[in-house]
Design a protein around this ligand. Structure first.
Ligand code: FPP
Length: 320
């Protein structure tokens, strides 16, 4: 069996407090803070909200509850406040705030990342239910390699463990997984697992999860430039042939039919793009949520989508 061929190395990984089972936490039992209007001062709202939640929730549990270790099979109806005809095709997410979430609970950053995986599962379930075709998540930036080795090792192991756990569910649910970024820097076993997962889900067409690992927008543009330069060098292309569409074809998001996100969400109140999909975000609508990523659930996702649906997208033109 594949799982046995790719054992997960536990070396250099900080032991974690065992998280509680999420399915035992129905939404109704969790304290909910009131939804807040979109105003400035996101940073202080973030900290206030997070401390409020940290005080009332069990470590490891997400505010949405009911997220088991695998994807749920039950599709969820679209909330009445969302219009089915205005659902974005491609949503990108900067899943920020795992470290702060853990720190507030006196836990290691690794506990925040574990909790972050549960939020990600929940958002994938909602994307599948509501007809979003592509979700790109920033899981590990090219610039994150400078983090403490123990955290980097933990994250690599977490990626491998999560993909290993989910691959069968992904296949049966029609979910394709693709990874973008400089994967040559990743541990060999993770590289093998990524290849296996990409190969085994490539025919899936319900939904595509793109995981950006060891990725940065600048890295992506550089690798595209190099690929184009090689073609010019070997004579298969002339410099005059270079145009936007050609560059787009060389960017790593060429793995999807919808390479440019319609909506980019960043959690944790930071108002930056942080070297994510620089080219691809040119006309994305941006939504910044004060929740820390492990607390980002259905309520926050609906708020982001509702905000998106109220935007007038002009792509440089005029609407009237
Ligand atoms: C940012 O939080 C988050 C990360 C660097 C890692 C996110 C990764 C996951 C949620 C796991 C995803 C798994 C798969 C398989 C895709 P931070 O640590 O920078 O938070 P902080 O700013 O509060 O310290």
């Amino acid at each position: 069996m594949f799982l046995q061929r790719l054992p997960i190395s536990a070396e250099n990984i900080t032991p974690l407090p065992k998280p509680h089972t999420l399915s035992s936490s129905p939404r109704s039992q969790t304290h909910r803070y009131p939804s807040l209007p979109s105003v400035t001062n996101l940073r202080s709202r973030t900290l206030a909200l997070a401390s409020q939640k940290a005080a009332v929730e069990v470590p490891g549990e997400s505010s949405d509850g009911a997220v088991g270790s695998k994807l749920s099979r039950e599709p969820e109806p679209l909330p009445p406040e969302l219009r089915p005809d205005l659902i974005p095709k491609h949503v990108a997410v900067i899943m920020d705030g795992n470290g702060r979430w853990a720190k507030m609970r006196g836990l290691m950053p690794s506990a925040g990342h574990e909790a972050g995986v549960r939020s990600l599962r929940r958002i994938i379930e909602l994307c599948c239910s509501w007809g979003i075709k592509v979700l790109t998540v920033f899981a590990f930036s090219y610039d994150n390699w400078v983090r403490p080795k123990v955290e980097v090792d933990f994250l690599m192991s977490l990626f491998e463990r999560t993909i290993t756990t989910e691959i069968d569910a992904f296949k049966s649910e029609g979910i394709r997984i693709s990874v973008i970024g400089d994967t040559t820097k990743l541990p060999d076993s993770l590289q093998r697992m990524i290849k296996y997962a990409e190969e085994n889900t490539k025919e899936s067409s319900v939904f595509q999860l793109i995981v950006a690992v060891s990725y940065s927008g600048k890295y992506d543009v550089v690798q595209a430039c190099k690929a184009i330069a090689e073609k010019v060098k070997d004579g298969t292309m002339e410099p005059e042939d270079i145009n936007e569409s050609l560059i787009e074809q060389e960017l790593e998001t060429n793995c999807t039919e919808f390479p440019n996100p319609d909506l980019m969400i960043r959690t944790s109140g930071e108002l930056r793009v942080s070297n994510f999909l620089l080219w691809q975000l040119a006309y994305a609508e941006l939504f910044f949520d004060p929740s820390l990523w492990p607390d980002f659930g259905k309520e926050q996702f609906v708020e982001a989508l509702a905000s998106f649906q109220q935007r007038q997208r002009r792509f440089g033109g005029r609407t009237s």
